[in-house]
Design a protein around this ligand. Structure first.
Ligand code: BMP
Length: 211
C-alpha cells in the first residue's frame, strides 16, 4: 500500500479541452496533481485551471522566464485562477522567482534546474541553478527522469525541496529509477493522456510508484 498518497502528476498536454477533461476525470483518483502547459491553456483558456482544480491540485507549467515585474503579473493571473503551483525557469535568477513567490507565499513554486530532452542538460548548471531556486524561495524543482544521475545531483544540491521529474513513458525515463535517484513526484503525459484507457494507465503508473 502507498500510505504517502500518489506520487504521480499528470502532464495534461491534450489540446482538445473536452478530451482533456475526460482524461482528467478518469485519472484524478490516482493523481497527486495535474500539470498543465501552454498547449492546453492556449486552447482552453485560463478558466481551465479552475475547472481542473475541482479534480486535483493544478500546477501551471508556464516556464516563466522573465523580469520580476512580468513574472509577478503572470503569477497573479495563474494563482488568481486557482493554481496550486507555478513552474518557472531558474536561469533568469532569484529576483523573478522571488517576485512569483511574493504573490502567493502559501502556494508552490517549482524552478526548472535541467531538462529531460536529448541535450537538455547542455546549458544548465545544476549547482548554480539549485542555488538560485533556494535563494528565490522555490518550494520545489524540476529535474529529468531521463537522467537519474542528474536527479541525484539535484537532490544533493537542493536539500529537502520537492523534486518533480518529467520524462517518464514517451521520453523513455524509468519511474522507479527516478524515485530511487531522489525524485518525490513523477510527471507523466502522453503515456496516460494518449492511452486507450487513461484511467487504467494512471492507476498503473501510480501503483508502480507506490512505496
Ligand atoms: P510527456 O510525458 O508526454 O513526455 O510529457 C512531459 C511533460 O513534462 C510535458 O508537459 C513537458 O513540457 C514537461 N517537461 C519535460 O518533458 N521535460 C522537462 O525537462 C521539463 C518539463 O516541464
Amino acid at each position: 500500500g502507498n500510505l504517502m498518497g500518489s506520487r504521480l502528476l499528470l502532464a495534461l498536454d491534450e489540446t482538445d479541452p473536452q478530451r482533456a477533461f475526460f482524461v482528467a476525470e478518469a485519472a484524478a483518483p490516482h493523481l497527486a496533481g495535474i500539470k498543465i502547459n501552454w498547449p492546453l491553456l492556449m486552447q482552453g483558456g485560463l478558466e481551465t485551471v479552475a475547472k481542473l482544480a475541482k479534480l486535483a491540485p493544478v500546477i501551471c507549467d508556464l516556464k516563466v522566464a522573465d523580469i520580476p515585474n512580468t513574472a509577478r503579473l503572470i503569477a497573479e493571473a495563474a494563482y488568481g485562477a486557482g493554481a496550486a503551483g507555478i513552474i518557472a525557469h531558474a536561469f533568469p535568477g532569484a529576483g523573478p522567482l522571488r517576485a512569483i513567490r511574493d504573490v502567493a507565499p502559501d502556494r508552490d513554486l517549482y524552478a526548472v534546474i535541467t531538462m529531460s530532452h536529448p541535450g537538455g542538460g547542455e546549458f544548465f548548471d545544476i549547482a548554480a541553478l539549485a542555488a538560485v531556486a533556494r535563494d528565490g524561495g522555490a518550494t520545489g524543482v524540476v529535474a529529468p527522469a531521463t537522467r537519474p544521475k542528474d536527479i541525484t545531483a539535484v537532490r544533493e544540491a537542493v536539500g529537502d525541496l520537492k523534486i518533480i521529474a518529467p520524462g517518464v513513458g514517451a521520453q523513455g525515463g524509468d519511474p522507479r529509477a527516478a524515485i530511487t535517484a531522489g525524485a518525490d513526484l513523477i510527471i507523466v503525459g502522453r503515456a496516460i493522456y494518449q492511452a486507450d484507457d487513461p484511467g487504467a494507465a494512471a492507476r498503473e503508473f501510480a501503483a508502480a510508484l507506490g512505496d
